[in-house]
Ligand binder design. Structure first.
Ligand code: GLY
Ligand code: MN
Ligand code: MN
Length: 523
């Protein structure tokens, strides 16, 4: 199939992001054949000119064909749509945002597509800040909060349905006959509970409004076109603070979000089960079989994987973010599988299990596994309201430091556990922090203020991972040879509740004997 239409109309975006103009049909002499709505085409500006596709099999559209394609289509507009379930929650979040920035104009873009190779884009994933405040996940969109006397008027700019008058729907590579029907702006208003305008006017309208002197903030890094349009009115420090605020707004999950994270964990449990069932095929092929098996589950039950799956067999388990996944899967070694399904609403799980590929841990694997398990148990026990965010990390690290001393990998004649922890000597083998917030981003709320996150106390509604690990690199001369190339991590997704915590990923076994029994049930 020719990957793009015969006369390819690049009408969606100006360079760097946001579209400014509409397009028209082009005829053989390359002059627009239909320019019926110059206002919609960008005021006084000329309607966008466009070229036939070089080396495309059709280089032109006759007037007769253009006329034919404009008519004979049924009205498919949908009416009476119910709002999406998250709409009232998103409205509450917007109310908090409004209260924090009286008198300021706020711009929250969803982001734009990025080309992967000619005529194909990377799969789009909307910015978490935008998703959180709108419940929407479409590309090129923008949320704008316009200050009023007593708060803000919120409105969305979205891409409308493809126009049949100007041929966009079949001539543009992003037209609906190529990529599928979009919701109309009126439909989106019903679904999202916000007024919606055509995003192709957004950059111009915001640039015009910028002259009024109203302080304006944007979440940077998602839409270069909008940032350019706002230009001089923006302030880098204020925008950085805005990103911090929005990140912090996600620290405590509401009831609907907790439901989504539960669903993400349930789908992830299914994905891990698929992988265990198909371990034999992975042994016959490579780690990629695991990656593909989990991804299939993620695409069927959710939107995608929430991050690149880490399918690390044997010594690859000692590489923290091993996502090349091109290695052999050998019986007798361990498989560290760190993967999470992202729901259709873009909330992700983040779960790790370390599995004996032949179904049974050997003695040393088991010793290391049990140490990590004990460290995780201590960590999970420290997750409760009023505990410090750092407590679960400290609890896990203490267990691992004690074990490293007991095994003689740290010299107990020189250091006690307090000194090890003070100097951080265990980190040669524990390497990373013991967990992080989880939500729309796998490493959620990472930009929030330290005082409300890493230096704060846990409160009900927070969701975080507890994921201690021990990693003995293949070339680590400080450990006995038999340790080298072994990596173990166990990771679960923990909800802080009113009286303690709940393990949202408890559907997967964690204790070594339970893991073995579970694997045996598929043998
Ligand atoms: N999957 C990355 C992490 O566990 O943080
Ligand atoms: Mn994690
Ligand atoms: Mn993980």
């Amino acid at each position: 199939m020719d990957a793009r239409p015969p006369t390819c109309v690049a009408i969606r975006r100006a360079p760097g992001g946001t579209t400014r103009k509409e397009a028209t049909y082009v005829t053989e002499d390359r002059t627009p054949a239909v320019a019926e709505n110059p206002e919609a085409a960008g005021g006084d500006e000329e309607p966008q000119q466009f070229k036939g596709r070089k080396n495309g099999l059709y280089s032109e559209v006759s007037d007769e064909l253009a006329a034919s394609m404009k008519s004979g289509w049924a009205d498919t507009e949908l009416h009476g749509l119910a709002p999406v379930p998250q709409a009232p929650y998103a409205a509450e979040r917007r109310a908090k945002l409004s209260a924090a920035y009286p008198g300021e104009r706020l711009v929250v873009p969803a982001g734009t597509l990025k080309m992967r190779s000619n005529d194909t884009d990377y799969g789009f994933r909307a910015a978490s800040e935008y998703v959180h405040l709108t419940g929407d996940r479409t590309e090129d969109a923008v949320l704008v909060a316009e200050p009023t006397e007593d708060g803000h008027d919120f409105g969305l700019y979205l891409l409308p349905r493809s126009d049949r008058e100007n041929g966009e729907f079949w001539l543009d590579g992003y037209g609906e006959l190529w990529v599928g029907r979009r919701h109309s702006l009126a439909e989106q208003e019903q679904l999202l509970g916000l007024p919606v305008r055509d995003v192709r006017k957004a950059a111009d309208e915001l640039a015009d409004r910028a002259a009024d002197g109203v302080p304006t903030r944007i979440v940077r890094g998602y839409d270069a076109g909008l940032e350019a349009a706002l230009g001089d009115v923006l302030d880098a420090d204020k925008d950085a603070e805005f990103k911090e605020f929005l990140s912090g707004l996600r620290l405590v999950k509401d009831a609907w979000e907790i439901g989504e994270l539960r669903a993400a964990c349930a789908a992830t449990v299914n994905g891990f089960t698929d992988c265990v069932r198909e371990l034999g095929q992975a042994v016959a092929t490579s780690e990629r079989w695991i990656e593909g098996t989990f991804w299939r589950r993620a695409r069927v039950e959710g939107n995608d994987v929430g991050y690149g799956s880490i399918c690390a067999a044997g010594p690859h388990a000692t590489t923290l973010h091993w996502v090349r996944n091109d290695g052999e899967v050998r019986p007798g070694e361990l498989l560290l599988l760190d993967a999470g399904v992202e729901t259709h609403t873009l909330y992700t799980a983040d779960v790790t299990r370390t599995l004996p590929i032949n179904g049974r841990f050997d003695e040393l694997q088991r010793k290391i596994y049990d140490a990590v398990y004990d460290a995780q148990e201590a960590g999970i026990a420290a997750v409760k309201p009023g505990a410090r965010f750092r407590d679960f990390h400290d609890a896990s690290q203490r267990v691992l430091a004690e074990r490293l001393l007991a095994w003689g990998l740290l010299d107990a004649s020189v250091y006690d556990v307090e000194k090890v922890l003070e100097l951080g000597l265990q980190r040669r083998w524990t390497l990373h922090g013991t967990g992080h917030m989880l939500g729309l981003d796998v490493h959620d709320c990472a930009h929030s203020r330290t005082e409300e996150h890493v230096d704060a106390l846990l409160v009900p509604g927070m969701v975080l991972t507890v994921e201690p690990g021990l990693y003995f690199q293949q070339d680590d001369l400080t450990v006995p040879e038999e340790y080298r190339g072994i990596g173990v991590r166990i990771e679960d997704d923990i909800l802080v509740t009113a009286d303690g915590n709940e393990n949202l990923s408890a559907g997967l076994p964690r204790r070594a004997e339970d893991v073995e029994a579970w694997m045996a049930s598929f043998a």
